[in-house]
Design a protein around this ligand. Structure first.
Ligand code: EPZ
Length: 421
């Protein structure tokens, strides 16, 4: 397995282009199942999760062509209805084919995604919504089997217990072809949900309120293929913002939408990071030590859980102590033990971590456990004294396009070390 070697201490300087958003691309690619014909998706990031998604769609009859940043999907009617375990186990977001399959064919068999490193991550809300819309759900041999006896889903009011992001996205797709109106109450408000609403409407759907906590979808008889450019990745952008600040750098991020990162931006500014809009993007600069700030993750527009690990590294570089509380996932502090091996002083008590500022971090060999934990270890390596080897970087490759090239272009001393295995 490859690793990434970083010699820390170089302030990041220069411009970085933010790639298309993984968490927008995944539901949008899966929505191609809703409409026959040729879909063209641009600004798609070159990531392992995109390859996995197109492989899964391939097993569902969709012919995929991947070129750098453009994915063409040709959908046709098939009798394929199953998302197999060997693909779903690689990427839980494979569950995003459930809604489109049930909407299109009245049936789907999707392997239960199972838990992952950061938590159990059940899909009960996805299934509750589909049942309300007329699907019969059975769980058999590790698969979810959804079947609509009437052949076509019917509109319903669904009050979600949790503003689940992929749950909202699955049900938006399911409702797009249902008979009648569906109202999703307590829907997720993430920008990626809003982007999916835009794409569905470009396909001919009638989605209102995507991006708010009440989404109304009036089902239509059919949809047509779409040509769409994916929005910028706010979490990739946030990661580079933290890296720029942590290294005492000065970086211009191109293509970022600051409105999608208001909670993060507010915390970074409170900590003493300079964040300024410019004609061609957003400039981020600063010099450690920063002011310690407390953070609690929450559904959008709250502080994003996907930025919690990265911000924790910045809070190591303060003169005070910061309390970081993770409310979304039950096990999202696995980066803490690795950061402490690099000289950080972080104590975990249940859902909260107390981060005591330290004068510096030390390079070490560390292990990545999930996508955003990996990103935090890379940021730590960029600021640490000495050399850091981040193992299991396949986690990183799932969500950060060409990360070592982008960081090297900003002046980081970073390289990928190929393994023989
Ligand atoms: C999406 O995951 C993102 N993934 C995650 O990003 C992100 O961390 C998460 O939303 C929260 O913002 C994609 O969009 C592909 P949830 P998702 O359903 O939809 C519980 C990354 O690093 N829940 O909003 O799976 C669940 O256990 C990834 O890019 C239920 O209990 O998250 C969790 O505790 C990681 N029942 C909470 O809700 C359900 O039916 C939020 O989960 C669904 C969710």
């Amino acid at each position: 397995m490859d690793s990434i070697r970083i010699v820390g201490g170089a302030p990041l300087r220069g411009n970085v282009k933010i790639s298309g958003a993984k968490n927008a691309a995944l539901p949008i690619l899966c929505s191609s199942l809703l409409a026959n014909g040729e879909h063209v998706f641009r600004n798609v990031p070159d990531l392992r999760d995109i390859v996995t998604t197109t492989a899964l769609l391939g097993q569902l009859g969709v012919e995929a062509k991947l070129t750098p940043s453009v994915v063409t999907l040709h959908t046709r009617t098939t009798d394929a209805r199953e998302a197999p375990y060997d693909l779903v186990k690689q990427m839980r977001a494979s569950v995003l084919v459930l809604g489109p399959l049930v909407a299109r064919y009245g049936e789907a068999r999707v392997s239960l995604p199972g838990g992952c490193a950061i938590g159990a991550r059940p899909i009960d809300q996805h299934l509750k919504g589909l049942e309300a819309m007329g699907a019969t759900i059975t769980l058999e041999h590790g698969y979810v089997h959804a079947k609509v006896a009437a052949g076509r889903l019917r509109g319903a009011e669904v009050v979600l217990d949790i503003p689940t992001v992929t749950g909202t996205e699955n049900l938006m797709c399911a409702a797009a072809l249902a008979k009648g109106r569906t109202t999703l109450v307590n829907a997720a408000r993430e920008p990626e949900v809003e982007e999916l609403g835009r794409v569905l409407n470009k396909m001919g759907a009638d989605v209102q309120g995507a991006g708010t906590d009440v989404i109304t979808i009036d089902g239509v008889e059919g949809l047509h293929p779409v040509d769409h450019a994916i929005m910028a990745d706010r979490i990739e952008a946030g990661t580079y913002m933290v890296a720029a600040a942590a290294t005492g750098g000065d970086v211009l991020l191109e293509g970022v939408t600051l409105e999608h990162l208001e909670a993060l931006t507010a915390k970074l500014r409170r900590a003493g990071v300079a964040i300024e809009r410019e004609a061609s993007g957003v400039r981020v600069s600063g010099t450690p030590p920063y002011r310690a700030v407390d953070v609690t993750t929450a559904p959008h527009p709250g502080f994003p859980t996907d930025m919690q690990a990265q911000l924790m590294v910045l809070m190591c570089l303060t003169r005070g102590q910061s309390v970081i509380t993770e409310t979304i996932f039950e096990n999202r502090f696995m980066h803490v033990s690795e950061l402490n091996r690099m000289g950080a002083q972080i104590e975990v008590h249940g859902r909260s971590a107390t981060v005591h500022g330290v004068p510096s971090l030390e390079g070490a060999s560390v292990m990545a456990t999930d996508l955003r934990a990996s990103a935090s270890l890379v940021v730590a390596g960029l600021v640490a004294q000495g050399t850091t080897d981040v193992q299991r970087v396949y986690h990183l490759d799932r969500g950060y396009e060409h990360i070592e090239q982008k960081l090297a272009a900003l002046g980081a001393n970073i390289q990928r070390v190929k393994s023989n295995a």
